[in-house]
Design a protein around this ligand. Structure first.
Ligand SMILES: Cc1cc2nc3c(=O)[nH]c(=O)nc-3n(C[C@H](O)[C@H](O)[C@H](O)COP(=O)(O)OP(=O)(O)OC[C@H]3O[C@@H](n4cnc5c(N)ncnc54)[C@H](O)[C@@H]3O)c2cc1C
Ligand code: FES
Length: 254
């Protein structure tokens, strides 16, 4: 990883779905070599705050790298207004990514959590279950359909695929057996349910956690989360020790 921040040129910024955008960035060889599924870029979004915003790498192609993000506040709104030729001040790739060894693996994504999982599917053939609030919010469907063996989609309101939560699709896949690991990204309640299901079916689960961040490099402790290791509870930094953790090590709040 580069020790300081660098500028990357925006190749394209476009809307994908309601409030969801895709940015392709030109990246140098060092950044591309350090890009791994689950790792993120810490991006300076000057609007509103001087804090950077963490966004996972969604995929790489040639000398470009893609981010897919939902507009939540000032920072991501600013990001969505970038245009071809603009520069982004980025730190990274940061954090530790998904372990893609072994298999067969199942990807389980909720909403915008699908974004980093596409990078997993790009690196290794996996199955996938993805759930969205509605068809209007759904993204990356054709990319998953072509990158994955059995991609299945659901929506909370039935406007896309089956009317079901993604955790219901996950449980069906776990019941049918055969998976040696599940990789998940999505809202915290979804990850908590996924952790319980994978524990019940004895399938190792890796989760990408979201936490508000400051420095992004392990110095400020803003991003602490509770974990259990060797039967002892302690704190980990999502930015540096994660964002990907073994679900069995995460302390899930009720
Ligand atoms: C490792 C990591 C990877 C991420 N990858 C993606 C991604 O690929 N695509 C994507 O759309 N989003 C991703 N996020 C979430 C994204 O960083 C936040 O949505 C963004 O920072 C919000 O900034 P904002 O200025 O637009 O909103 P703000 O005005 O700062 O906040 C708006 C809302 O978003 C919440 N929020 C702010 N920062 C975070 C945060 N870091 N994590 C979770 N919620 C937050 C706030 O609590 C508030 O409710 C990721 C977060 C982490 C920690
Ligand atoms: S954001 Fe500063 S330690 Fe994680």
């Amino acid at each position: 990883m580069k020790s300081g921040s660098v500028f990357c040129e925006v190749e394209e910024c476009s809307g994908l779905a309601e409030n969801v955008f895709s940015i392709w960035l030109k990246a140098d060889r060092e950044i591309l070599a350090a890009a791994q599924p689950g790792r993120f870029l810490h991006i300076l979004c000057p609007e509103g705050s001087l804090l950077r915003r963490p966004i996972s790498i969604c995929q790489t192609q040639g000398d470009m790298l893609r981010l897919v993000f939902e507009v939540k506040g000032e920072g991501t709104r600013w990001l969505s207004r970038r245009r071809r030729g603009d520069s982004l001040d980025i730190l990274g790739p940061l954090g530790s990514g998904f372990d893609l060894s072994g298999g067969p693996l199942l990807l389980a994504g909720g909403g915008i959590g699908a974004a980093p999982l596409l990078f997993c599917a790009q690196m290794k053939r996996c199955d996938a279950v993805l759930g969205f609030a509605s068809g209007q919010k759904a993204v990356l469907l054709s990319e998953f359909a072509s990158a994955c063996d059995g991609a299945e989609f659901s929506s909370d309101d039935g406007s896309l695929g089956r009317r079901a939560y993604v955790t219901e699709l996950l449980e069906e896949r776990l019941r049918s057996g055969g998976y040696k690991g599940v990789l998940a990204c999505g809202p915290e309640p979804m990850l908590r349910i996924a952790a319980g299901l994978c524990r019940d079916y004895s399938v190792p689960l890796q989760v990408s956690l979201e936490q508000r961040m400051g420095c992004g490099v392990g110095a400020c402790l803003v991003c602490s989360c509770r974990i259990v290791k060797d039967n002892r509870e302690g704190y980990a930094r999502v930015c540096r020790d994660g964002p990907v953790f073994r679900a069995s090590e995460v302390v899930w709040d009720d």
